[in-house]
Design a protein around this ligand. Sequence first.
Ligand code: DON
Length: 585
Amino acid sequence: MHSSFNRRQVLQAAIGAAALAPLGRLRADAPELGSVDVSRTTGGVVSSNSAAASAVGSEVLADGGDAVDAAIAVALAMAVTWPEAGNIGGGGFMMVAPPAGSRSPIACIDYRETAPGAVTETTLANQVDRRHPRMVGVPGTVRGLALAHQRYGTLPWKRLVQPAVALAGQGVVVEAALADSINGVLNAVSQSPRSWHKPLQQTFAHPQGRPWQAGDVLKQPVLAATLQRIADNGPDEFYQGQTAEHLAKFFADNEGLITATDLQSYQAVVRSPIQTGFAGFDVWGPPPPSSGGLVLQWMLRMIEQVGLPDPGDAVWTPASVHVMAEAMRRAYRERAAHLGDPDFVEIPAELTTPAFATRLAASISRDQATDSRALAGDIPLSAGPAESPQTTHFSVVDAAGMAVANTYTLEASWGSWVMDPATGFVLNNEMGDFNWVPGYTDVAGRIGTAANLMAPGKRMLSSQTPTIVQRDGRTVLVTGSPGGRSIINTVLCILVQRLRWGRSLPEAIAAPRFSQTWLPDQLRIETAAGDGLTDVSAALQAMGHAVTPIGFQGAAHSIAVDPGSGVRTGVADWRRGGRVAVSLP
Ligand code: DON
């Protein structure tokens, strides 16, 4: 084993690089340790994957909007400025914490996509192509943002949509991460013979036929017109107006399943979040149909039960990673066994009891990794492929202390690549988050358990974990991440460092992350974020972990609030670009 990489060095390198690196060149400037963009204020803060969208949010705050107003404007702006994951053609989860002293509870707005009315359990059993109109779930984003606005908004809806209209119509200045992303998808999609992939190609092709570079201007006039109709006519425009008519016709003409009735009947839902006590803090995560809150709860409780060895001055130690990885393994097994849309499957009440997590923790050995297959129990296992990721998370805290953690997604990067040329936005391929083949669970990580099988109107199980942490009723941390099933583990890595070990938020974001999801039985360690995990990988292998190096894990744009001074520290994760914007107190 090499000597452990000192965590102070990680932080110093991270902050130092952030100070030197011009916007959009963070990844290129600091490939080894990365960098974080940090801003401090007692005013309002937005941390997102897009500088332009963070600026839109901070302007809404400066205009007197609250955190939810800002979040709505950021989400719509990111549909323009970060189209690989920001969206109006997908869905997600928004956690909202009112300012301290408010009587309203923390709430989760569930705007997860739903299955079209035409599906059965086996509709996708033989589906091979993930980038197909059949893979599109009924989008929830516009209804979700409208529900948030109805409950918490203070500025007019139109005011919140208008910045996105302007960015789409007048153009957005392309950041390096966006240039990379567009160039990547254009390259991939150019190989596709499918007619339904052509509108994406046409919309995002550089006008001069060359690759995109930072500083270019991207215009999306068809999207601008769609957003203008949503600004003028409200959310019903998307679900029963001209936009809905276009979409229904598009799906009917292109082998899709979504009908006008599916769009018309889509509803966003307010749900009670999952609360877990950890290290003297209250951690609030999203409930089913996201698995995030419960899986996080089980992991945190198991860690408390077993005891988490303090790594001292090291970023991670074999013992700390081992305990967390074993908790991850067990929690993801239970996820597969029990979780799905609560409007369709009963989520046993027992799952939220401390005794449940205690029972799971009982089989954790101090020094030996468990073979995941040994935990399968009554889930039959077959030998056998795994998921691809893209989602985006942003965080907002306003001057009054109201907080929003929002994660939303198109599922894969650039979703299904499918775009209706009359509406100009990318559609999700979220149907892939259902269990595809009833009864077929394999060691590669495909799950076939009953709770998450397809049904008309049902929401597919998610791993999105927008998270708000409070102490004594005051918000102290807002976080979350993309990354498919690794999302919950990214959040766990951050919570442990910040809440249990008291590391600063920039330090916790800069540090390398790891993920174990039961199946495939791999302990994936992030190698592009310093040596903190590669240093301990030999010791972990010796304990029986199947250590699998990966490049990056997640992009956790987060905010910490110091409860004493009220100072907010906004941190943009360096891994996929991103920026913090503040509004003055
Ligand atoms: O909701 C989910 O769990 C997935 N559709 C999220 C996909 C994702 O995070 C991909 N991101 N990097």
